[in-house]
Write a protein of this length. Structure first.
Length: 148
């Protein structure tokens, strides 16, 4: 049986899995966060916009952030950060790792752009049960900045 980890955010993992299952067009494991130009940029507006798509980390960060947080301006065409109330900038991948309660290895594996929907959903389902997912011990899957 996988390790029981009390710091895992089971409810948030279930929410992200629900987005992937119920709104697959809103999930893109290859990007942190993408939304329609001209749409609102607050987190509340991005959550409600049917043109918003994000990876697992992006959705976890969006769902956990305060409603008034904003998407930071894109760098090189990619939104990688959120601006929290008060002006603090937080990286999506680090925010998601923290709010999901993941260790470095699990976050790196789960946030990798090469993960299939089946792999992502199985891992999120394990986290939603309060368990660390069983991950392959693959040396080629090292932490290289979470792969996105």
């Amino acid at each position: 049986m996988p390790d029981q980890t009390p710091n895992l955010n089971a409810a948030l993992a279930a929410q992200v899995a629900g987005i992937i299952r119920n709104r697959p067009q809103a999930w893109n494991q290859g990007i942190w966060l993408e939304f329609n130009a001209g749409q609102g940029r607050t987190v509340a507006e991005l959550r409600a916009d049917c043109g918003t798509s994000a990876c697992v980390a992006g959705w976890a960060a969006l769902l956990a952030a305060p409603d008034t947080a904003e998407a930071a301006p894109p760098m090189y065409g990619l939104v990688r950060d959120l601006i929290l109330p008060g002006g603090t900038v937080t990286g999506i991948k680090n925010a998601a790792k923290e709010v999901l309660g993941l260790d470095d290895w699990t976050a790196a594996w789960l946030f990798d752009s090469e993960r299939s929907d089946g792999e992502v959903l199985a891992a999120l389902d394990a986290i939603a049960r309060g368990e660390l997912p069983e991950l392959p011990a693959d040396e080629d899957d090292e932490d290289d900045g979470y792969g996105v």
